[in-house]
Design a protein around this ligand. Structure first.
Ligand code: FES
Length: 188
């Protein structure tokens, strides 16, 4: 799963970051039964994210200590998996599938439309924390391509104009007027 550093520093104790003692204690409780040098780091990340909605930075030194590795290795693992969050989620998270079937069916146009409508880039949130776009991988629901996921629901197959209407509805009734089909993209 993740590669272990080969130098001795991975075995050195890692000082915890200054932060909430309660959070650190809870994170340690969540990972106590997981074994070092075993592919349990993903399990640890899942548990922490399930509890907090993301993996707080205070958890990284604790994970490094639990798995006898370095914070850099833990950060590298977190960075590798797009599903692992490093910041709290926005109020509304819209997931955009980056898989091949969705791409073939025009998902890039949907992505551009959402970024313009919601005012944030992929894997970013708006400054007020209301909306966020997340890139996700194919989960096998390609018959709905191109699709979005929102609040655990699948939306698809979507045209670009339907995606625009969805984004406007998300922003509120005043923005929910029907969107025209973008020129040159009929049926997408
Ligand atoms: S490629 Fe998007 S669901 Fe499979």
């Amino acid at each position: 799963m993740f590669s272990q550093a080969s130098h001795n520093s991975r075995l050195a104790a890692v000082a915890p970051l200054a932060g909430s003692a309660g959070l650190s204690a809870r994170v340690q409780e969540l990972i106590n039964d997981l074994r070092p040098d075993h592919a349990d780091l993903l399990t640890a990340l899942h548990r922490i994210q399930h509890e907090y909605g993301y993996v707080p930075p205070e958890a990284v030194p604790l994970l490094a200590g639990q798995f006898n590795t370095t914070p850099a290795i833990v950060f590298g693992t977190i960075d590798f998996y797009s599903e692992v969050r490093t910041a709290p989620p926005a109020e509304e998270v819209v997931e955009w599938c980056s898989g091949p079937a969705c791409l073939l069916k025009g998902s890039l146009r949907i992505r551009r439309a959402l970024e313009a409508e919601l005012g944030c880039g992929m894997n970013e949130a708006t400054g007020d924390g209301r909306w966020e776009l997340r890139l996700v991988q194919c989960d096998g629901t390609c018959h709905l391509a191109p699709l979005l996921r929102h609040r655990g629901r699948y939306l698809g197959p979507l045209s670009t104009s339907e995606a625009i209407r969805f984004a406007r509805a998300l922003k509120g009734p005043a923005q929910a007027a029907p969107a025209p089909e973008p020129p040159g993209e009929p049926g997408t």
